[in-house]
Design a protein around this ligand. Structure first.
Ligand code: 13P
Length: 255
C-alpha cells in the first residue's frame, strides 16, 4: 500500500513573514494527520524558521534544489548536508524550471539524486514532456530517458527513499492540467519502467506524484487514478485553504 503524499512547491514565492503566516494557518488543521503525508517546499531562507514552528507537526519540509557536492567553492549553491541541518527531509530535483532556466541536464540531475540519497534526503525526481514533445508523440520516450538517466547507477533498497513526480511541462502554471486518463497512462508507464529497473516489491511501492495545475476542483479525480499516489502542487499550495482542500481530497481517496 503506497502512502498518499501531497507536496507544495512554493517556487520563488513568499517572504519569511508570508511563509510563517501560511504555516500558522495550515499547521492546526493537520494536527495528528497520519493518512496523508504533507510536505512543504519553501524557498531556502524560510526552511529554518518553518522547521522551528513545525517541530511538533507531521508536516515535513523539502528543499527545491541542492548541489551534488557536500561543500566547496560553488558560489550561490547549497548542499544536502546544509539542508539536513534545517531539518529538511525531502528535496525536489530535476524540476522543469531548473532544466529550462538553469540548464540542468539528466547527468547533473543524476548526480544530485545520488548525493541526496547518500546524504539521507528523499529526492523528488521530476520528469515530464513539453507540449511539442507530446504533440510529436514523444511523451513516453522523454519520460523513459529522463527517468532512466536520472536514476542511472542508483540502487534503491527502500521504496520510501525515492519519490517520482510526473509534471508535464505544458500543464505547469497554465491552468491546463493533464486529464486523469493522461496522468494515469504516464504514471503506469513510469511504474512499468521502475519495474524493469528494480525488484517488483520496490518498484510497486515507490510513490509517483502528479504535478501541473492541480487545484481543489480537479484534485480528487486525479488522485483517484490507481497509479497517482499524490500530487506536487505549485500555485495552489500558496494559499492555505486551497492546499488544505487538496490534502482533504487525498484523504478522501484513502478512505
Ligand atoms: P502549478 O501547480 O502551479 O501548475 O505548478 C506545478 C509545479 O511545477 C509543481 O512543482
Amino acid at each position: 500500500m503506497r502512502k498518499m503524499i501531497i507536496a507544495g512547491n512554493w517556487k520563488m514565492y513568499k517572504t519569511i513573514p508570508d511563509a510563517l503566516n501560511l504555516i500558522r494557518t495550515l499547521k492546526p488543521k493537520l494536527i495528528g494527520e497520519k493518512e496523508v503525508e504533507v510536505i512543504i517546499c519553501p524557498p531556502f531562507n524560510a526552511l529554518s524558521p518553518l522547521a522551528e514552528i513545525l517541530v511538533d507537526s507531521p508536516i515535513k519540509l523539502g528543499a527545491q534544489n541542492m548541489h551534488w557536492e557536500e561543500e566547496g567553492a560553488f558560489t550561490g549553491e547549497i548542499s544536502g548536508k546544509m539542508l539536513l541541518t534545517s531539518r529538511v527531509s525531502h528535496v525536489i530535483l530535476g524540476h522543469s524550471e531548473r532544466r529550462k532556466f538553469f540548464c540542468e541536464d539528466d547527468e547533473i540531475i543524476n548526480r544530485k539524486v545520488r548525493k541526496a540519497l547518500e546524504t539521507g534526503l528523499i529526492p523528488i525526481l521530476c520528469i515530464g514532456e513539453s507540449l511539442e514533445e507530446r504533440e510529436a508523440n514523444q511523451t513516453l520516450k522523454v519520460l523513459e530517458n529522463q527517468l532512466l538517466q536520472g536514476l542511472s547507477g542508483i540502487e534503491i533498497k527502500d521504496p520510501a527513499r525515492l519519490i517520482i513526480a510526473y509534471e508535464p511541462v505544458w500543464a505547469i502554471g497554465t491552468g491546463r492540467n493533464a486529464t486523469p486518463a493522461q496522468a494515469q497512462e504516464a504514471h503506469l508507464f513510469i511504474r512499468d519502467l521502475l519495474n524493469r529497473r528494480y525488484e517488483t516489491e520496490i518498484a510497486n511501492n515507490i510513490n509517483i506524484l502528479y504535478g501541473g495545475s492541480v487545484k481543489p476542483a480537479n484534485a480528487l479525480e486525479l488522485l483517484r487514478q490507481p497509479d497517482v499516489d499524490g500530487s506536487l502542487v505549485g500555485g495552489a499550495s500558496l494559499k492555505a485553504e486551497d492546499f488544505f482542500q487538496i490534502i482533504q481530497a487525498g484523504k478522501e481517496v484513502c478512505n
